[in-house]
Design a protein around this ligand. Sequence first.
Ligand code: ZN
Length: 187
Amino acid sequence: MAALERPTLCLVIDYGQRPAIAEARASEAVTNALGLPLQHLRLDLGDTGGGLLRDDTPLPDAPSPEWWPFRNQILVTAAASVAVRNSLHTVIVGTVLDDRDRHADGSPAFYEALDRLFALQEGAVRVVTPAINETTTALVDRSGLGEDILAWTVSCHRASLPCGQCPGCWKRARVLSSLGLLQTPDP
Ligand SMILES: [Zn+2]
């Protein structure tokens, strides 16, 4: 998404997730390679989450093992605040079609509601989701990026050293393999 949209400012958030170090490192490598500015933001949401991203203990009624309730709502709202601080007015979220299969906060209805919620408040911030009807594979393919940059990406839910055995690791392997990149064995 960053390669295609070339945002004025990229944001990576350490909200207490276990792979936060890897995500920050990957964000730095990718934005450096693309020549884009990156801001790090720290929000300690550890006491609000659960599942694979926090401690492998699913929360009651969790729809998926990595569920962290209201996470996207909180993170996009934090991004909107950063936008206001920088006199920016659009938050670009890299959510994709596959996200809505697992979480209600990956659906078009969710992002449309969030956009309307921001419109009720000061700041004139909009939320856009350019790839919400596109699969991860299609988005990565459209980005035109090669292994030199994609090799830096991480998707593990559990750790900063990818476990290779969680839905995030499986998805990354599946997507990159389907594009003939970073050949890895099927999970
Ligand atoms: Zn993993």
